[in-house]
Design a protein. Structure first.
Length: 116
């Protein structure tokens, strides 16, 4: 089965930037859209951003204006550029791909830690 693999996480100071990447272990077809979610310690997983094949990205209010989601249409690759990071952005970030009605494929997550 195809797996998603995230990379790019790390520990940074508040105000810094990080760029997360998500690739697939195999060939991906008929992807409806891809998204980033995150889960902070003690909290439920929450939506961050998504991008359908035709563009028109959607963002959570908490990251709007600071985060940018993009994708490489030639191959399955999705990116999340995160600028002006704050302590509240500390979480494990997950990439997800929707093939049908729900997000069917998930990565293992990459840790983002922002120190104040």
């Amino acid at each position: 089965q195809v797996r998603l693999v995230e990379s790019g996480g790390g520990t940074v100071q508040a105000g810094a930037s990080l760029r997360l990447s998500c690739t697939a272990s195999g060939r991906m077809v008929n992807v409806a859209d891809t998204a980033w979610f995150r889960q902070a310690p003690g909290k439920e997983r929450e939506f961050v951003a998504r991008i359908p094949p035709g563009g028109g990205a959607v963002y959570a209010d908490s990251v709007k204006g600071r985060f940018t989601i993009s994708r490489d249409v030639r191959k399955f690759a999705v990116f999340l550029q995160m600028n002006n990071l704050t302590y509240d952005d500390t979480a494990v970030y997950y990439c997800a791909a929707r093939l049908g009605a729900t997000y069917d494929l998930w990565g293992q997550g990459t840790q983002v830690t922002v120190s104040s």
